[in-house]
Each structure stands twice: as structure tokens, then as C-alpha cells.
Design a protein around this ligand. Sequence first.
Ligand code: DAH
Length: 354
Amino acid sequence: MSIIDELQSLKAEALASIADAETLSQLDSVRVTFLGKKGSLTRVLRGVGFLPAEERPVVGKISNEVRAVLEAAIQERQAALAEADLAARVSADAIDVTLPGRKRLPGRKHLINQIAEEVVDIFLGLGYMVAEGPEVELDHYNFTALNHPPTHPARSATDTFYVRDLSQGLDEDQGPVTEVLLRTHTSPVQVRVMERQKPPVYVIVPGRVYRRDIADPSHLPQFQQIEGLAVDEGITFGDLKGTLDYVCKELFGRDRMTRFRPHFFPFTEPSAEVDVSCGICAGSGCRFCKKTGWLEILGCGIVDPNVFGYVDVDPEVHTGFAFGMGVERIAALRYDIPDLRMLVEGDMRFLRQF
Ligand code: DAH
């Protein structure tokens, strides 16, 4: 077979292979087989050297033509395969642009934070300053300087989370409890503020507190309180009543009434619990207020002189009142939330209502 015949059959064979190639990588190996440096065309052309000189240009011309035809065919096939490939991929991960999008709701403040800010704002309007204290607190501030006797039940390790000393390699529940605890109320901040600041003191203290309670509809082991403290010359129980009555009306509505029931707290004397009239029955008694007509919302009192003793304030010159309220409880009362746990579970269907 002459070289020219060989070139023609090589061309036919290559064109068939190009047409048969089903993927871009198959096509590439066809190209290497026929046109590569060690490919068929190169091999055939090695014979040119043995031809008579006058035949060589003819064979050269034909071989150039064959190369050009094959390159063009490869390019064409490549384009076709690339297009098919793209079409296949597009239909494989097709996006239906007519499907409804995923709704992205705007963020908002959690109800607990909304209420805490609202209470703080009311007191800012009365000239109070915001103060804060540590959640990991010393026994001294949480209990002792707040006039709790050493035997007070709140000090028990079943009621309060204590940091234990594990330095002797003891197990978590075996190490002796230390003077360090998770504060059980925001009242220790009263002591911390009075340590640094001489009267007049008017502070409002929002913060998180901890108690060893099992979560149930009316208890959470971690919740938020807002503490208030006013110390000045001539402060009376009347100032306390006037202030808290005003704040309750701001929080719950002008038509609500308050009442002060005698109570006991170690750090105030006298002490009271404050109730606000039921917003559902306006005081006549219903299921919401358990037929009493009143809802308990906070504890308060006149600062006990013993507390002043710990912070070097002279009770002959200054008197003060203090109060503390639970933020979750206020939220629950204001919005008739039956279970405090709903406030911390993070269920958006619930939280979006507020
Ligand atoms: N600390 C009290 C509690 O956690 C609340 C409280 C009562 C705070 C009377 C006060 C107060 O400042 O005067 O239950």
C-alpha cells in the first residue's frame, strides 16, 4: 500500500473514531492516537524519507490536508460534546425558579430582653443609673452582707449552685463547697454599688440569676431579675410605694392598682411583696388571678441598717429602699404565658408573637 493510500485509510479510520467518541476525554485520546507526536500520522510520515524526491511534496501536501481535516473534525466534535455535556448538567441540577423562596424573617429582641429594657427605661426616666455585677459571686455579697444568718435555708447547697474545690483530685460532687457561687438574686449588686459609691444612690440593676430548681411552669434554674436601690437622706416607705405604683402603671396600664403586703426579706425591714390588680377581672377574682383579684409581681422594702453596716453608710443620716422583680414572671403576667419554660425554649412560633 502506497503512503498516499495509507494516509487516506488513516483519515477514514480517524474520522470514524472521532464520530464515535462520546465524551471529551475519549475524543482527546482519539486525537493523541492519530495526531499526537507518537501517533499514526507521524508513523506513516516516517516513510516519506524513502520516497523519490519528486513524490515527497505531493505526500507532504496530502498529509497536511489530512491533518487539517482531522483537526477540524475534532474541533467540531468537541464543540458538540461540550454543548451536550452542558445541557446534561443543566437538566441534572435544574433549578425551578418558580418555586416559592424560603421566608427570611427579620430578627427581633427576645421578649425577656424587651421587658427588661422597658423596665430599665422607666427607671432611667426617673433618674436612675444602670449598674451591673458578676453572675459568679462571693458568698459575702450574695448572703452575708445582705444580712442572711449563717443558717439561712437559701445558703444550702440544695438551693444554690456553689463552686466546689476539686484541687485535691476529688470528684465533682465531692469537693467542699467554696465561698464562690452563682448569684441567686441581683441583690448583691446593691452591696457592690454602695461599696464604691456614697449616697445619693439611685441604681437599676438587670441581670441573670441562678437557683437549684427543676424547670417547671413557674420555675427556671436560670432567669433574669431587675433590682433597684435608692439611698438618700430622708427616703421613706412612702417614696417606695409611690415609685413602684408608678412603675406598675407604666408596665401594666394606668388602670391597674397596687397593694403592698407585709413580707420578710433578710436585707430589708420592713419588707413587702407588691401585687398588681388582675388585668383580666379588674380585681373581682377569676381563674387567672386564682380568684384573689391580685397578681404578685415583686419584693421590696426599706434597706436594713445591718446592710448599711457592711458598706459604711450611716443609717442615722441615710435611708433607702430596694426592690427586686423577676423579668420572666412579669412577661408571663403581662401576656398570660402559662409556662415560663416557653420563654427559654426558643420556639419561633411562640417568640414571633411578641
Ligand atoms: N432578692 C429577692 C429575691 O430574689 C427580691 C428582693 C426582695 C429584692 C426585696 C429586693 C428587696 O431588693 O428589697 O427574691
